[in-house]
Design a protein around this ligand. Structure first.
Ligand code: DX5
Length: 235
């Protein structure tokens, strides 16, 4: 049976992204430097101790970030529009949460004003109906597979149902998954339809960062292969 490759175009270009949850500028720079020769993108986690019960570095620490790598900002904050306006990196992706207090029109304006791209993030318990309210606002979604706030938590596999629905409806979108990713769960997330995979402890918690990245990428490659095989059998 013929595999309809264009339908899964995104799955061929899986990207692994390192999540950085730093409390100081020194930590932030150290982690960017640790992965910059292996990965194209880092995700900087920003928490305000209000939207989530944890606080990371503030806006003033995000000035003059090293060039040569792409940035995503995961805004785990209330009123993300106020933060986004202060970011000077052009072409960055700004991920805002559907559960956060925000003026969404102002968020869109702020992202446009700083020359960025908007992405829509959602928490594990958020209903797919709520997520789909934003379906036409962006072609970039982030499914949280842990409760945001801390790294090192267990992957919540129930979120896969929502990833599947989003992927089924939007074959060309970028769908990112974040939380509890390791060499096993990465396969499940890809099988569900994710094509961008975020990991913190599976990268920074390992002794050999380049080996950890290689192993995650190998697991991702297997998952893509399995997905094509399944399509051939049942498609
Ligand atoms: C959730 C953060 C995640 C988290 C991922 O609080 O947005 O990026 O740090 O950490 P791991 O990969 O360790 O689950």
């Amino acid at each position: 049976m013929q595999v309809n490759e264009s339908r899964y175009a995104n799955l061929k270009t899986i990207e692994l992204i390192a999540a950085i949850l730093a409390k100081t500028r020194a930590e932030l720079i150290k982690q960017i430097k640790a992965v910059e020769s292996y990965l194209k993108t880092v995700q900087i986690d920003i928490m305000d101790n209000d939207f989530v019960p944890n606080k990371t570095i503030g806006l003033e620490q995000l000035r003059n970030l090293p060039a040569g790598i792409n940035y995503e900002f995961h805004w785990m904050v209330q009123n993300p529009e106020k933060f986004i306006r202060e970011i000077k990196n052009k072409n960055a992706l700004h991920l805002v949460h559907v559960e956060a207090m925000m003026d969404f029109e102002k968020v869109k304006k702020a992202v446009a004003a700083v020359g960025g791209k908007l992405g829509i993030a959602f928490n594990p318990e958020t209903s797919i109906e709520k997520v789909l309210e934003y379906e036409k606002e962006s072609n970039y979604f982030l499914a949280m597979t842990v409760h945001p706030g801390f790294s090192g938590q267990k992957y919540i596999s129930e979120v896969e149902d929502k990833i599947k629905i989003l992927r089924e409806r939007n074959p060309e979108y970028d769908i990112e998954v974040d939380g509890g990713i390791n060499i096993e769960t990465i396969k499940r997330a890809i099988a569900a339809g994710a094509n961008r995979i975020v990991a913190a402890s599976a990268i920074f918690g390992q002794k050999d960062i380049s080996l950890a990245i290689k192993e995650l990428e190998q697991a991702a490659a297997l998952a893509i292969k399995a997905r094509y095989t399944r399509t051939e059998v049942h498609g």
